[in-house]
Write a protein that binds this ligand. Structure first.
Ligand SMILES: Nc1ncnc2c1ncn2[C@@H]1O[C@H](COP(=O)(O)OP(=O)(O)OP(=O)(O)O)[C@@H](O)[C@H]1O
Ligand SMILES: [Mg+2]
Length: 233
């Protein structure tokens, strides 16, 4: 662990129109570069909402968020898209692969948006697809893959832009235990090899055991964050 702060979110509040109570209320999250965090809590406690803010998919109603030392809480949607492209990878429970694209096309797509030329895109994508053990599936479409294979493609895509922060929202939620463990092992290998910081939403205590610490949300508040010092010390 480098000891550098990557995520510094303070006093995050998130309100949605027509909702009486805020979905996130004074949430603070501090993550050092290289940490692996399990984000846990009951259904509806605000985990995905927080991930959307940490991933710059959405902005907070109130509060500050600095990512890698840069204030990202007040960016326009366009600026947030730039930060996502260059800084953040996402993995979702339901994979979110493009159905009519091949494995290779799914993994090269973000590299196209990042402006790499065709040869660079394909070379990097093939290397990653081989890295996740699917070099023999380059031309397959998602419907021709198992759940574990789909998630490995999604992970290859998520890290193709060489993000520093990888956000995974229940990455093993749709997989059986054995396949889920394989996906977790892949995430841990990538963490090791690429100095990634990982934040993983999970309901699964086994998955959480792989993580360095657990942040628990309840009713939109952090009730414990596993740090040695209290969040507001
Ligand atoms: N766009 C939205 N508009 C209105 N309410 C929303 C919106 N997104 C989420 N919510 C509400 O915010 C609360 C938290 O939702 P969120 O998806 O963050 O929970 P979660 O902890 O991820 O739950 P789960 O474990 O079921 O995925 C829920 O009550 C949900 O209905
Ligand atoms: Mg959720």
């Amino acid at each position: 662990m480098s000891g550098l702060t990557i995520v510094e979110a303070t006093g995050i509040r998130k309100e949605f129109p027509n909702m009486t109570a805020p979905v996130l209320d004074d949430v603070s999250v501090h993550v050092e570069s290289g940490e692996i965090i399990a984000l846990m809590g009951p259904s509806g406690s605000g985990k995905s909402t927080l991930m959307n803010i940490l991933g710059c998919l959405d902005g907070p109603t109130r509060g500050s968020y600095s990512l890698g030392g840069r204030d990202v809480s007040t960016l326009t949607p366009r600026e947030r898209a730039w930060v996502r492209l260059h800084y953040i990878g996402f993995v979702f429970q339901s994979f979110h692969l493009i159905a009519d694209h091949t494995v290779l096309e799914n993994v090269t797509l973000p590299l196209y948006y990042a402006g790499l030329d065709r040869n660079e895109r394909e070379a990097r994508a093939v290397e990653l697809i081989e890295r996740v053990g699917l070099g023999h599936r380059l031309g397959h479409r998602p419907s021709q893959l198992s759940g574990g294979e789909k998630q490995r493609v999604a992970i290859a895509r998520a890290v193709s832009g060489q993000p520093r922060l990888l956000l995974a929202d229940e990455p093993t939620g749709a997989l059986d235990t054995k396949t889920g463990n394989e996906v977790m092992e892949l995430l841990l290998e990538l963490h090791e090899a690429r100095a990634l910081t990982l934040i993983i939403v999970t309901h699964d205590p086994e998955v959480a055991e792989f993580c360095h610490r657990k942040v628990f949300l309840r009713d939109g508040k952090v009730i414990s964050d596993g740090r040695r010092h209290a969040a507001h010390a």
